[in-house]
Write a protein that binds this ligand. Structure first.
Ligand code: NAD
Length: 341
């Protein structure tokens, strides 16, 4: 069993911990937190050993009556691999602790790419992370774009990708975020950081990305235009994406007209926290005009990177190959092929 330590038990970290528990080849050795909040209590009630991420804040846990097993060094020492899911920039600060213990670590997309030996998306470049010491799972949006571009590149070749990302202002729990009543070009100048980030996965891809922020919390929405090198028609692209395991083709018959109903569907399907790990591509939006492919896809920012972190754990520990890891992660989490959620 691979012993996984989770540092940062917030939106991403708590989901990764639960996904690790669902695997047969790994277990959570402990989770590290800075605040004795409701998520700390949840961690304890789930049976996770809780570690104080910052020594000076340990007494806050004592005052709150939440038992702490040790400090960050103790967790890193006990772990075979760390998943760092701390806020942007903290992972880079924690890196020296992981190196001091010779413990390989997986970082999230809020970190700069140079924190790690390689950026990671299981479908696109699993092998690059095999045996690495430091791996960065790319952000929610870059994960969604990588999953889409990988099969398109293999089947048709990508001449140029242009993507407008309509991004949620904040996660449901991020009460301080906005905008509340506005639509922000964000950033106002080309490119948004997403295009360069996709290039950390596909260095040779020609991609321009524009970003906006809107008053929404549930999901991001991508308006995608990809100029393909080889001839394609919409039906063939639908069939191609239907064979992928982390792209859900939203059928027209479902009556799902946006991210609200997608989340409702996920909750009705019994998904924990209403998580949608897959890219949600509206089947009816897939269109080809000349060499240009168009589609809309929704990305659940809180969860699409979760299966990627599980695969990154197997890659960094060199404990399973790409196909085996992806299949195991999909099966244990309950992900089907393209037309099943
Ligand atoms: P979050 O704020 O929900 O959770 C971060 C957790 O880390 C919190 O529990 C916080 O208390 C804790 N923490 C803060 N400082 C710490 C420290 N020094 N040591 C240990 N824990 C510490 O953040 P999040 O949304 O889960 O984001 C984590 C990372 O994942 C970031 O790099 C982010 O960019 C990336 N990411 C976030 C999303 C998203 O939409 N939420 C999607 C993909 C990737």
């Amino acid at each position: 069993m691979i012993q996984v330590g989770v540092v940062g038990y917030g939106t991403i970290g708590k989901r990764v911990a639960d996904a690790v528990v669902a695997q047969r080849d790994m277990e959570v050795v402990g989770v590290a937190k800075t605040s004795p909040n409701f998520e700390a209590e949840t961690a304890v009630s789930k049976g996770f050993e809780l570690y104080a991420a910052v020594e000076e804040r340990r007494e806050l846990f004592d005052e709150a009556g939440i038992p702490v097993a040790g400090d960050l060094d103790a967790l890193v020492d006990a772990a075979d691999v760390i998943v760092d899911a701390t806020p942007s920039g903290i992972g880079a600060q924690n890196k020296e602790t992981y190196e001091a213990h010779d413990t390989p670590a997986i970082y999230q997309g809020g970190e700069d790419a140079d924190v790690a030996d390689t950026s990671f998306n299981a479908r696109a470049n699993f092998e690059d992370a095999v045996g690495a010491d430091h791996v960065r799972v790319v952000s929610c949006n870059t994960t969604g774009l990588s999953r889409l571009l990988a099969p398109l590149r293999e089947e048709y070749g990508v001449e140029k990708a242009r993507v407008t990302l309509v991004r949620r202002g904040g996660d449901p729990g991020q009460t301080g975020r906005g905008p509340i009543d506005d639509i922000l070009p964000d950033p106002v100048s080309l490119p948004s950081h997403h295009g360069p980030d996709v290039k950390t996965i596909f260095p040779d891809v020609d991609i321009d990305t524009l970003g906006l922020k809107v008053p929404a919390t549930l999901m991001h929405m991508h308006s995608v235009n990809v100029t393909l090198e080889d001839d394609a028609d919409a039906e063939a692209v639908r069939d191609l994406l239907a064979e992928e395991s982390r792209t859900f083709l939203v059928p027209g018959s479902a009556g799902i007209d946006g991210s609200g109903k997608l989340k409702e569907f996920a909750l009705d399907s019994g998904r924990s926290r209403g998580d949608v790990w897959e890219n949600c591509i509206w089947e009816e939006s897939i269109a080809v005009r000349g060499d240009d492919l168009y589609l809309f896809q929704a990305i659940h920012q809180e969860s699409d990177v979760v299966p990627e972190n599980v695969d990154a754990i197997r890659a960094i520990t060199d404990s399973a190959g790409k196909a085996e890891s992806i299949a195991t992660t999909n099966e244990t989490l309950g992900m089907g092929l393209g037309r099943d959620l």
